[in-house]
Design a binder for this molecule. Structure first.
Ligand SMILES: Cc1cc2nc3c(=O)[nH]c(=O)nc-3n(C[C@H](O)[C@H](O)[C@H](O)COP(=O)(O)OP(=O)(O)OC[C@H]3O[C@@H](n4cnc5c(N)ncnc54)[C@H](O)[C@@H]3O)c2cc1C
Length: 500
């Protein structure tokens, strides 16, 4: 047992955990961050290095409506934050379509008959929309018509989630693509931006640059971890948290972590900030939580993810940052070109590195495939979708990411509410933050904002901010201009007192 009594024990050194540690350390509060990964900080936002080639877990754009988050990124990385051009496409039926879709390009590539059918099906959806759409399918069909839904949404979305679009909640569509419709795409195609007026009215998927660290997102979190350590905080890698025990007599927490060699360590703290998956957390807490709460935790599902990183001779086949693969004949869902994200992602300009993304469930056929077989599959599929010749591939690596996407099925909200109520009642000074930590489809900025607010609640000694209010409006997190919100937007929402 470490003698140090911390103000906060933080589980996970992803964006949420490190942001909380940074904020608390800046105010002089003692923190220890426990991270299970033995090598990397950054969580899903880490950057993996293989022979000097750098791979994200999916390309990570840095964009936030929150002024504080944008400023924090600048404070941590300064001029190492690049402003990069955005370019992405959809591969469908042997053709590449600009994404966001350009209506006239899309209609001309689809051909006269298919285009006419798309327009008719769009008009049919406008005349007779599904009232109160509950599923992703209903929501998108209302916006685009059934034919365009089938061509440009169904295959990719079902690859990502591994389930039918009818089973996916409309919440997800509302959060990710709100404001984007065929009507708005056509308006954007016709009218110059100055005519469209305030930039905040332009749907963000149509914005054409983003910020990105020179050496990938991992650079942000490695620098942040160093700053925390410089301020006296501990960031410990290779520490898998396996138990969290609350002592009502001392109102303090003891957290147990296992190191890779099997050693068990214990840490004491006044508060626990957790960014580990909720289902893991609720099963670790003692005194044991009511069964309804642990059962709700077990019911939360996640989707897992594999990136096959390939190193290729540079043939300038494409310069886009990424390409969505809507073709059902291949398993790959998206291809990233990391040199387009930042030229420094490759050590030798004669080569480039791609990330081929496969969506799966832990333990299924893809997840358990041998690395060599996955690399062979990726090489073959890259040629099938016309993005390289298989013979140009010189090397590769496989990166598996468990729990990449919290699944929004019909019941997830009910389960999360049960867990929230249980933790508020039984676990004082326990703060849930981040993406899997709250089972919320948060990007880095919202994961960070939840952590900032949790840290500020701890410093204030009361629940001044409603952490669960972040991103609660269901608005697509990228709509609107960068840096227009402040933390006061999440202030003063009535919060249960038990957790303060
Ligand atoms: C394919 C893909 C693309 C994405 N693209 C973008 C993008 O373009 N822009 C963007 O902003 N966001 C993007 N995101 C989202 C972003 O990755 C997450 O929002 C962010 O990493 C969440 O931060 P977090 O700290 O909440 O969680 P995580 O990043 O998951 O970090 C949690 C950390 O906790 C650790 N941990 C878990 N359990 C334990 C335990 N028991 N003990 C100790 N440590 C533990 C994990 O190892 C991990 O390091 C993307 C995500 C994916 C999957």
């Amino acid at each position: 047992m470490s003698d140090r009594q911390n103000k906060a024990i933080i589980v996970g050194a992803g964006p949420a955990g490190l942001t909380a540690a940074y904020e608390l350390s800046k105010q002089g509060a003692s923190v220890v961050v426990l991270e299970s990964d033995p090598e990397y900080v950054g969580g899903i936002s880490r950057t993996v290095s293989y022979h000097g080639y750098r791979f994200d877990i999916g390309g990570h754009r840095f964009f936030s409506k929150s002024r504080e988050v944008e400023d924090l990124w600048t404070e941590i990385l300064g001029s190492d934050m690049l402003q990069r051009p955005r370019s992405s496409k959809i591969y469908y039926g042997g053709q590449f379509y600009s994404y966001p879709l350009k209506p006239f390009e899309a209609l001309s590539k689809l051909g006269f008959i298919e285009s006419t059918l798309c327009v008719l099906s769009f008009l049919a959806a406008r005349v007779n929309p599904t009232r109160n759409p509950k599923s992703f399918e209903d929501w998108v069909v209302n916006q685009f018509g059934r034919r365009l839904f089938r061509i440009f949404f169904k295959t990719y979305t079902e690859k990502v989630w591994g389930m039918s679009c009818r089973e996916i909640s409309a919440d997800w569509a509302a959060q990710r693509i709100k404001g984007l419709s065929l009507g708005s795409a056509i308006k954007n195609a016709f009218l110059p931006k100055r005519v469209l007026g305030d930039r905040s009215q332009i749907v963000k998927t149509l914005i054409d640059t983003f910020r990105y660290p020179r050496l990938g997102p991992g650079m942000m979190w490695e620098t942040c971890a160093k700053r925390v350590r410089d301020m006296g905080g501990e960031v410990l890698l290779g520490r898998s948290v396996i138990a969290c025990r609350f002592d009502p007599a001392t109102t303090s927490w003891t957290v147990s972590a296992r190191t890779p060699d099997g050693t068990l360590e214990e840490y004491r703290g006044e508060h626990v900030i957790s960014s580990m998956p909720i289902r893991q957390l609720v099963s670790q807490i003692t005194p044991r939580l009511p069964e309804a709460v642990t059962r709700a935790g077990e019911s939360l599902r996640c989707r897992d993810f594999i990136t096959v990183g390939l190193i290729l001779r540079e043939r300038n086949r494409f310069n886009d940052n990424w390409i969505y693969i809507h073709d059902p004949k291949v398993k790959v869902g998206r291809v990233q070109n990391y040199k387009s994200w930042s030229p420094e992602m490759v050590p030798d300009p004669n080569y480039c590195c791609y990330g081929l993304e496969y969506f799966c469930f832990e333990g299924d056929g893809l997840w358990t495939m041998l690395d060599e077989d996955l690399k062979a599959l990726a090489r073959k599929e890259l040629e099938q979708v016309q993005l390289a010749a298989a013979t140009d591939v010189v090397d590769g690596c496989v990166i598996r990411q468990a729990k990449a996407y919290p699944v929004y099925d019909d019941d997830y909200k009910r389960h999360v509410d049960t867990i929230r109520q249980g933790l508020d009642t039984h676990c004082p000074n326990l703060h849930l933050v981040g993406r899997n930590g709250m089972h919320k489809y948060n990007n880095q900025d919202h994961a960070m904002m939840t952590a900032l607010l949790a840290a500020r609640n701890i410093l204030a000694g009361e629940k001044k901010y409603d952490v669960w209010g972040v991103n609660e409006d269901g608005e697509y997190h990228e709509s609107g201009a960068a840096g227009t919100q402040t933390s006061s937007d999440w202030k003063g929402v009535a919060a249960p007192a038990a957790n303060s």
